[in-house]
Design a binder for this molecule. Structure first.
Ligand SMILES: [Zn+2]
Length: 148
């Protein structure tokens, strides 16, 4: 005979009917029902929050999410690099002077570059270096320097 665990008092009980019973007795069933109602009325946001929590976490989905997040992180790092390059190019050497045409040509040339070396990402075991491809928003690896 298979025993069930009561969802309210967590005691083992022998089912009296063939179908699945969640509670050991009517008393536990009504107490659980009242507790649920009370919780919902006291915390109206709880139920809404719970709908966003996956009850059955699929490891594949989690992996995809983590990968998507690292691509975002790399994109942010790339923007940081762009800003650092911009400063290095001397475009901000005197912020009070208006940008010259030459400054803007340099900047556009830099910003339209497709591949940007990722500085905070290690090279791959085969020696290839990581680059961020602005056209496809992906990380690629290359033997040949692509950022010049
Ligand atoms: Zn019970």
């Amino acid at each position: 005979m298979r025993y069930y665990i009561c969802n309210y008092c967590y005691k083992e009980f022998e089912p009296t009917r063939r179908r699945v019973q969640k509670f050991c007795c009517n008393s536990c069933r009504s107490k659980a029902h009242n507790a649920k109602k009370l919780k919902q009325s006291k915390l109206p946001t709880t139920k809404i929050e719970n709908t966003n929590v996956p009850t059955n976490i699929n490891p594949e989905q989690t992996k995809t999410k983590v990968e998507a997040m690292s691509v975002q992180g790399v994109a942010n790092a790339t923007l940081g690099t762009l800003l650092a390059d911009w400063i290095r190019l001397g475009l901000t050497k005197d912020v009070n002077l208006p940008a010259t045409k030459g400054d803007l040509v340099e900047l556009v040339k830099h910003l339209t570059k497709r591949y940007h070396k990722i500085l905070n990402h290690p090279q791959r075991h085969d020696g290839t270096l990581p680059y961020f491809d602005l056209h496809t928003n992906t990380i690629i690896y290359s033997f040949i320097p692509l950022d010049n």
